[in-house]
Design a protein around this ligand. Structure first.
Ligand SMILES: Nc1ncnc2c1ncn2[C@@H]1O[C@H](COP(=O)(O)OP(=O)(O)OP(=O)(O)O)[C@@H](O)[C@H]1O
Ligand SMILES: [Mg+2]
Length: 420
């Protein structure tokens, strides 16, 4: 298959990693020699040992030269004026969303913009560029997504680096983020089968990253970073925090703790030790969100319900109890066996000991097996449509009815991704 047949190469090979060493301390460039570049090995077209330190402090002209040299025709190097034109000058009516690092706008490219670029809708991310963190994330995204191609990763079409401006151009994902579908009050509830399909797609994306020749740790798996195609195929976006996995006999990489509270694995938060199993923990949290329709953290709820793990854990091991925390918006239209297995899988994923967590390929297998169950709770009498039973998810232990998702709050980042 194309997506797995294209090996990709480490970009931190020379002298540093993105955040731990040379990023701010060592500004000397460690460019690969021209001869290195010219002897590049097929089948990875022109990519050679591109490193963050190569590019992190270079001028925008130099960065463009380096990226163009390394990615060649695989990525388009856009001008700011071109991106302004296709987004109506980043008008608010073209706004798709806003994250910790800037806004995302819809744009349309036509056949004439660039040779080899077909007419299509695109999403243009405009990074807020005060300080270096924005540039760092931009660069990480270009370097990772520029090389990694898979049907469950969003496709990076190109980038723009002009003086202080940093932009990214992606394929447009017509159904937006999983976060919007699960939690926005006006959205239509996602059916059980679609939730399962999304979980499988996202799991395949992570399995691909973890199984790469040089494993990649995604580090920011959460519902807002799972984007949905028109047929609800899930694709991972946002590789600004991605990190190369440990090499050789190393068991982990040590990094500054970054990510999003509620999703980050506890051992990573407490030690900074990052492994692929940290992503598995975050995946388990998202499974809980798919089951319950609740956010990983929600400060608008009573104290003991604010953290999804603390709240849901006691309910995960029995179908009878699980019923109480299933998303009321599913209205019983979910497979009882499927939900039970998904809940048990989520429980394994959020194990405190990373070694007890399953690996992504086995997660994909487990989830795929759930697609065949048709025992809908509502048809097997396991779901009563009375307000009393269906509202359990929305009723506090004291019996007070809570409005679901009354306040929209974005989960707080572990290390603030917004600058002060
Ligand atoms: N390729 C795309 N196609 C369609 N919509 C997109 C695309 N990329 C992003 N979006 C929309 O823009 C929103 C903002 O994305 P962004 O990645 O900037 O922030 P976030 O994921 O919400 O938060 P964070 O900064 O913590 O990652 C997404 O939630 C999604 O709704
Ligand atoms: Mg994002």
């Amino acid at each position: 298959m194309r997506e797995s047949s294209k090996p990709w190469r480490p970009f931190t090979a020379n002298c540093c990693s993105v955040e731990d060493q040379a990023f701010f301390g060592n500004y000397s460039r460690c460019r690969t020699s021209k001869s290195d570049v010219s002897t590049s090995i097929a089948p990875l077209p022109s990519f050679r040992r591109l490193s963050f330190s190569d590019l992190s402090r270079s001028s925008s002209i130099r960065i463009n030269e380096d990226l163009a040299q390394n990615f060649g025709p695989d990525l388009f190097d856009f001008q700011l004026s071109e991106l302004r034109a296709i987004t109506q000058n980043f008008s608010s009516s073209f706004l798709l969303g806003e994250g910790g690092f800037g806004t995302v706008h819809k744009g349309y490219v036509d056949d004439n913009l660039r040779q080899g670029l077909k007419a299509q809708a695109v999403a243009v991310k405009l990074l807020d560029m005060e300080g270096l963190q924005g540039h760092r994330e931009w660069l990480a995204e270009v370097i990772f997504l520029g090389q990694l191609r898979h049907s469950n990763l969003v496709k990076l079409i190109g980038y723009c680096c002009e003086e202080e401006e940093r932009l990214l151009v992606y394929e447009f994902m017509p159904r937006g983020s999983l976060e919007n579908h699960l939690f926005k009050r006006l959205s239509v509830s996602l059916p059980w089968g679609t939730r399962l399909k999304i979980a499988i797609g996202a799991a395949k994306g992570l399995a691909f990253l973890h199984g790469a020749e040089k494993p990649v740790i995604y580090r920011d798996f959460k519902t807002s970073n799972v984007l949905l195609d028109s047929d609800f195929t899930a694709k991972l976006s946002d590789f600004g925090l991605a990190k190369m996995g440990p090499e050789g006999s190393e068991t982990h990489v040590t990094t500054r703790v970054m990510g999003t509270y509620g999703y980050a694995a506890p051992e990573y938060v407490s030690t900074g030790h990052l492994t692929t199993q940290s992503d598995v923990y975050s995946f388990g949290v998202v499974l809980l969100e798919l089951l319950t329709g609740r956010r990983a953290t929600d400060k608008s709820r009573p104290k003991n319900e604010q953290n999804i793990i603390v709240w849901a854990k006691p309910y995960l091991t029995s179908s009878r109890r699980l019923r109480c925390i299933m998303d009321p918006r599913l209205a019983g239209q979910y497979s009882v066996k499927g939900a039970k297995h998904m809940a048990l899988l989520a429980l394994q994923c959020i194990s405190l000991n990373p070694r007890d967590r399953p690996k992504m390929p086995s997660i994909v297998e487990t989830l795929e097996a759930l697609q065949h169950y048709n025992d809908m709770a509502v048809s097997c009498g396991q779901w009563q449509a009375s307000p009393k039973s269906t509202a359990r998810n929305g009723v506090s232990p004291r019996g007070r009815l809570e409005s679901r998702g009354a306040t929209y709050r974005k989960s707080a980042p572990v290390t603030s991704r917004k600058r002060n």
